[in-house]
Ligand binder design. Structure first.
Ligand code: DGY
Length: 348
C-alpha cells in the first residue's frame, strides 16, 4: 500500500500499523510511505531487503525482524538515513551496526509502560490464583458446587514481590503490586531507582498512619537475593548477553517452591526447558509468561503444565498503546529525515 505517492523521501513500513496519526506525521514530513502487506509474521532478511529495494530513506521495522549488519548495509546502500523499531525492546537490532553506517535507531518507550505493567500484573494474579485452570474446569462442566479446597491458590497481600530491572516498566509494575496488594518490594537493578523507593516509603508511611502494616522496599546487590526472598518474581530487564538465561536451573532451585515467576520482558531471559523441568517437579510453583525463548515456539511440555499461564506476547496490546507506538516510530523516522533527530532512542 502506497501513501502520498509524490513524497520525496521513501519510507518503508514492514507491517501495517494501527491508527492513522503515524501516517499523517510521515506524509506531513514529505514522505512517500509504503506499507508492506506481507502475510509472513517473521519476515526473513531476504524479504526485508526486497522491501528496502534500491532507494529507501527510512524504515519502521518489527521486533520479529533481524536488524543486523546485512539489513543496515542494504538500507545504507539504498540511501537510508533512519530506522525505528516498532517496540521499546531492541534486542533484534544491532545498534552498533546501524551507528557504524550513520543510521540513527529509534524505539518506542513510554507509551507502553503501564500497559505492559498491567499485563505482568494480570499474569501474576492469574498464576497466583489459578484463574486459567479454574476457567478450563468450568468450561469442561466439572463444577459440581463450592468446596473448601477447590483451586486454592496464593494470597499476595503482605507477601514480597521481587523485580529484576527497575526501569520504567519494572517500576510501574512494582507500584501496582505494592499499592494494589500491599506487598513488600525487593529489587535488583545495577542502578537504584530513588523515585520508586521514595514512592513506596511514602506509601508505607500512609499505611502506618492509618494503622495498617507498612510496606518496605529494599534494593539488593544480586539477582539471587531477589530469588531467595520473593514470593513473586517478575522480570523487567532488557535482553542482552548479561541477561540471557538469567533464570536457569540453578537459580530456579533458589526460589521458593511455591513462588510465582512472571516474564513480560523477553523469552530468552529464562532457560525455558529448565523452567518446564522445575515446574513438573514443583506443582505449586507457578509461572505467568508473555514471551518465550524460541518464540513463537514453546519448550516441549510447557503447554501441558496446569501451573503455567501462557499468552502470546500481548503485553503492549491495547489500541491506545499500539497506536502510540506507531506515532512514536513515525516521529523517530520523520524527525531524522527532517534533520531534528529521532524522538526516542534506545537507552533514553
Ligand atoms: C516491546 O515493545 O518491546 C514489546 O515486546 C512489544 O510491544
Amino acid at each position: 500500500e502506497v501513501h502520498n505517492p509524490s513524497g520525496a523521501a521513501r519510507v518503508v513500513v514492514t507491517k501495517p500499523l494501527p491508527g492513522d496519526r503515524w501516517l499523517q506525521i510521515l506524509t506531513a514530513a514529505g514522505c512517500r510511505v509504503e506499507v508492506s502487506q506481507c502475510p509472513d509474521i517473521s519476515q526473513d532478511v531476504a524479504t526485508v531487503k526486497k522491501l528496502i529495494g534500491s532507494r529507501c530513506d527510512g524504515v519502521i521495522g518489527q521486533l520479529t525482524e533481524d536488524w543486523g549488519a546485512e539489513l543496515f548495509e542494504a538500507l545504507k546502500a539504498a540511501g537510508g538515513r533512519a530506522y525505528s523499531n516498532y517496540a521499546v525492546g531492541y534486542n533484534n537490532v544491532k545498534v552498533p551496526e546501524a551507528s557504524k553506517r550513520g543510521i540513527p535507531v529509534g524505539n518506542t518507550p513510554g507509551v507502553l509502560t503501564e500497559t505492559t505493567a498491567e499485563l505482568a500484573a494480570a499474569l501474576t494474579l492469574a498464576a497466583a490464583r489459578r484463574v486459567p485452570e479454574a476457567d478450563v474446569f468450568m468450561r469442561a462442566g466439572k463444577y459440581k458446587g463450592w468446596l473448601p479446597d477447590l483451586f486454592v491458590g496464593a494470597l499476595l497481600q503482605n507477601k514480597t514481590v521481587g523485580i529484576v530491572g527497575a526501569g520504567r516498566i519494572g517500576a510501574a509494575y512494582a507500584r501496582m503490586m505494592v499499592e494494589g496488594h500491599k506487598m513488600n518490594l525487593v529489587y535488583y537493578d545495577p542502578y537504584p531507582n530513588k523515585g520508586l523507593e521514595e514512592y513506596i516509603r511514602k506509601y508505607g508511611e500512609l499505611l502506618r498512619h492509618s494503622g495498617e502494616a507498612p510496606v518496605a522496599v529494599r534494593r539488593v546487590e544480586t539477582v539471587e537475593e531477589v530469588l531467595k526472598e520473593a514470593d513473586v518474581v517478575s522480570l523487567h530487564c532488557n535482553l542482552d548477553d548479561t541477561t540471557r538465561h538469567l533464570i536457569n536451573a540453578e537459580r530456579l532451585r533458589m526460589m521458593k517452591p511455591n513462588a510465582v515467576l512472571v516474564n513480560a520482558a523477553r523469552g530468552p531471559c529464562i532457560d525455558e526447558a529448565a523452567l518446564v523441568a522445575h515446574m513438573k517437579k514443583h506443582p505449586d510453583f507457578r509461572a505467568g509468561l508473555d514471551v518465550f525463548e524460541h518464540e513463537p515456539a514453546m519448550a516441549p511440555g510447557l503447554a501441558d503444565l496446569p501451573n503455567a499461564v501462557i499468552v502470546p506476547h500481548i503485553a503492549s496490546a491495547s489500541l491506545w498503546t499500539r497506536s502510540g507506538m506507531a506515532t512514536l516510530a513515525a516521529a523517530n523516522v520523520a524527525g531524522v529525515i527532517q534533520g531534528f533527530g529521532a524522538w526516542a532512542k534506545p537507552n533514553d
